[in-house]
Structures are given as structure tokens and as C-alpha cells.
Design a protein around this ligand. Structure first.
Ligand code: ATR
Length: 292
């Protein structure tokens, strides 16, 4: 049980750096909207401060919080209990204190699925082959999510072969998944059979190199998803839409991954509303104007 009995629950997002996090905007919107007592604050915690911070949450009056880069794996190691999803990913983005113990979940998986369910309804009915771009931590969460639903064949496209092989090994330990490792040069033929394409790399993000892909080989049924949400419409999403393909940007995943944490800490399940989306979109637009 989470103890919220003493004073209004306090939650946090920790990272290093942390100043660009939109999580305070999201959680404070829900706190106000649901008229709940509580607070959600942004804290910059260096890697060498992490263990000390997470070991004394209750003394500081915290019920839990979000964990972002570069702490997701280290925080997982510090948890006494985790969900099965977090254990499979060996990373947490959401922690809470339950019966005095630090517990963790990885809600990126649920956030990605909720986002596709909402913005590309019926995607899992037809998703037999998924092309996943990238093989880092985000790719691990996305492939895990796909295995919980339509269990497609995965065509994994990554620059560094060793990382693709690591991910394949990791996934093979948990799922009966068919994963083919591909190079970027093979992308034109890889796209020909895709029902879903997901970009899990940082390419296309403000300040990063563009993701230049010719989407012409994609079948008309294909859905394109980008987990990048700054800019709101990446070049990949724009190109997909210009081909009249269904395309999903990364903002929905960000908004939906926040839902389970809020419910844990503050006791009410919040909604991802059009008003919340507009609020975060306005913030992203205003803080990134002129940086692309
Ligand atoms: P995350 O945990 O957010 O997934 P990461 O583990 O650093 O971040 O992974 C980033 C992914 O983007 C990797 O798949 C990386 O490819 P490599 O494994 O070859 O490094 C990919 N990526 C980043 N910059 C890239 C670039 N300029 N070209 C191709 N792939 C890139």
C-alpha cells in the first residue's frame, strides 16, 4: 500500500539534465484538473546522487516519481520490487514506495501501446511484420510492447550490428520472436513487407541529424510511428502523411506513459485529454521555435 495519509503526496521527475522535461506540465495539469492535493517537481540528480536520493524518499515526503535519462537502469537496480515489464527491460521510468520498499515499473511499454490504440486504431489486427529502426533502450521497450500484442515478425534496422545482436539475444530469452537483423542499406526491400514502421532512434529530433528515408516502397496499409516528439511532426511523420499513410508522432506515448505513475502516486486515474495534448504541444512549439 502507498501511504498518502500524512501530508499531500509529493512526486518528482529526476534526470540529468532535467530542465527540458515536460512531465511537470503533464502531472500538474492533472493535479489541478482533478483538484487533488499534491505536488510534482523536477529535480536534477547526478548519477552519483541517485542511490542517496532514492534511498530516502519517504523521509523527504515523496511517494514516488519518474526516472529519466541517464538513471533508468541504475534505478532498476535499486528497486526491491518491480513489475514483470520493468524486469524484462531491466529499466524503470516510474518508482513508488510501497510498504516501505522502493518499487518500479516501466510504463513506456503501456504508453506506446495506448498511443497506437488511440491514434492508429486496429493496428494490431494487421501487424504481422514490424520494422524497428534502432536497437537501444527505446527499441527494447517497443519490441517488448509489440510482443505483448500482435507478436509480429521483427525486422531490426541498426547501424551497429553488435547492438542488434544483443537485443536479439535479450528478446529471444523472453519471447518466441522472429527477429531479422538488417542494415540501413537494406531498408528499401525491408520496407516492402512492413505493416508497421517504428523509429526508436533519436534521428529527426531537434538538434540531431535528420532521418532521411524514402517511404515509397511501403505498402499503402503500413502505419508509421515515431517516438520522437520534438518537433511534434518529424520529417518521417510528415513524409508518411504526405503519402496518405497512417502516421503517429511521439507525443501520445509521452502523455500515455505518464498515466500509471500519476494513478499510483495520487490515487486517481487521469485522462489524456485534447486539452492536455494542446497544452504540451504549445509548450513544445514555444520552446523549440527556431531550433530546427
Ligand atoms: P535509447 O535508450 O533512447 O534508445 P540509445 O541506447 O543511445 O538511446 O540508442 C539510440 C539508437 O539510435 C541506437 O540504435 C543508435 O544506433 P547505434 O546502435 O548504431 O549507435 C541509433 N542512432 C543514434 N544516432 C544515429 C545515427 N546518427 N545514425 C544511425 N543510428 C543512430
Amino acid at each position: 500500500m502507498i501511504d498518502r495519509s500524512n501530508s499531500p503526496p509529493r512526486a518528482f521527475v529526476i534526470g540529468w539534465p532535467i530542465k527540458h522535461s515536460r512531465s511537470p506540465l503533464i502531472h500538474n495539469y492533472w493535479l489541478n484538473n482533478l483538484v487533488l492535493a499534491g505536488s510534482y517537481e523536477r529535480l536534477e540528480i547526478r548519477p552519483d546522487e541517485l542511490e542517496g536520493f532514492l534511498s530516502h524518499l519517504q523521509e523527504k515526503g515523496f511517494v514516488g516519481g519518474n526516472v529519466t535519462l541517464p538513471h533508468k537502469e541504475a534505478a532498476f537496480q535499486l528497486c526491491a520490487k518491480t513489475t514483470a515489464t520493468a524486469a524484462h527491460l531491466a529499466a524503470v521510468n516510474t518508482v513508488w514506495i510501497e510498504d516501505g520498499q522502493l518499487c518500479g515499473d516501466n510504463t513506456d511499454v503501456a504508453g506506446f501501446l495506448a498511443c497506437l490504440d488511440c491514434e492508429a486504431q486496429g493496428w494490431d489486427q494487421t501487424c504481422q511484420t514490424a520494422v524497428v529502426l534502432g536497437a537501444g533502450g527505446a527499441a527494447r521497450a517497443i519490441v517488448h510492447a509489440l510482443m505483448l500484442r500482435s507478436k509480429p515478425r521483427i525486422l531490426l534496422v541498426n547501424r551497429t550490428r553488435a547492438r542488434s545482436e544483443d537485443l536479439r539475444l535479450h528478446l529471444a530469452r523472453q519471447f518466441a520472436v522472429e527477429i531479422k537483423l538488417c542494415t540501413w542499406a537494406e531498408l528499401p526491400e525491408v520496407l516492402e513487407t512492413a505493416d508497421l514502421v517504428v523509429n526508436t532512434t533519436s534521428l529527426g529530433m531537434v538538434g540531431q541529424p535528420q532521418l532521411h528515408i524514402d517511404l515509397a516502397p511501403l505498402p499503402a496499409r503500413a502505419i508509421v510511428s515515431d517516438i520522437v516528439y520534438v518537433p511534434l511532426e518529424t520529417e518521417l511523420v510528415r513524409m508518411a502523411r504526405s503519402r496518405a499513410l497512417r502516421a503517429v508522432g511521439g507525443l501520445g506515448m509521452l502523455l500515455n506513459q505518464a498515466v500509471p505513475g500519476f494513478e499510483k502516486w495520487f490515487g486517481k486515474r487521469p485522462q489524456v485529454t485534447a486539452e492536455l495534448r494542446a497544452l504540451v504541444e504549445a509548450d513544445i512549439t514555444s520552446t523549440t521555435a527556431g531550433k530546427i
